[in-house]
Design a protein around this ligand. Structure first.
Ligand code: ATP
Length: 191
């Protein structure tokens, strides 16, 4: 089984993330997609970042009953800050019969050389890349491990959703219904 890992803070998860994940799980050779929720970095606490378990819970609500998608808290138990290459090594050890691949936006591919052990990553893992607006993928797009995917683009961000919530505007339809209902009934991301 080949699993695509979609890393992010998902603060909160929104339909842009879910559209990408579902596209990857249904229109590529990936069998499943896991949302790997990044924990708070204790060295760089971010005021606007909701607690780890709240963000994980929202991802689970967003996925609902889709059997192809899963929320992973694997990085919560790993040394922080978490580096993708270390998380992958851990997952390989824990699930030796699975194949793991990375999912990332073109913005991340363009700056991959800044990642820890990026050459090792490129040599050992398939990378499924989806376009982001105004990002030139550059020559790395031609790397044999890189697969460019034509997933639909949606110009929304978690920052926009947090801004809406903070100023009392509706985020209905920008997040899955279950996430919307949870956000409505909680104080998350409000002043
Ligand atoms: P923020 O606005 O807080 O920076 P974000 O919406 O970009 O958050 P992340 O948790 O950083 O969300 O996203 C995880 C991954 O999803 C990142 O690689 C990011 O590039 C990507 N992503 C974010 N928004 C979209 C979108 N609308 N369409 C496709 N990918 C997205």
């Amino acid at each position: 089984m080949k699993i695509g890992l979609f890393f992010g803070s998902f603060n909160p998860v929104h339909i842009g993330h879910l559209i990408i994940a579902n596209y990857m799980a249904t229109q590529t050779d990936l069998d499943r997609v896991w949302f790997v929720v990044s924990p708070q970095n204790p060295l760089k606490p971010k005021k606007t970042l909701a607690r780890d378990h709240d963000r994980l819970h929202l991802v689970r609500l967003g996925i609902g009953d889709n059997p192809l998608l899963e929320a992973s808290s694997v990085e919560f138990g790993l040394p922080k800050p978490s580096y993708t290459v270390d998380t992958l090594a851990h997952l390989r050890e824990k699930y030796p019969d699975r194949e793991f691949a990375l999912i990332m936006g073109g913005d991340n591919l363009a700056t991959l050389h800044l990642w820890k052990n990026y050459e090792f990553l490129l040599a050992n893992y398939d990378i499924y890349v989806y376009h982001r607006p105004e990002v030139d993928l550059g020559e790395r797009a031609a790397h044999p491990r890189v697969r460019i995917c034509e997933a639909p683009l949606l110009d929304i961000s978690a920052t926009y959703i947090r801004d809406c919530l903070r100023s009392g505007k509706s985020v209905r339809y920008l997040v899955p219904d279950a996430v919307f209902e949870y956000l409505e009934s909680s104080h998350l991301y409000r002043k």
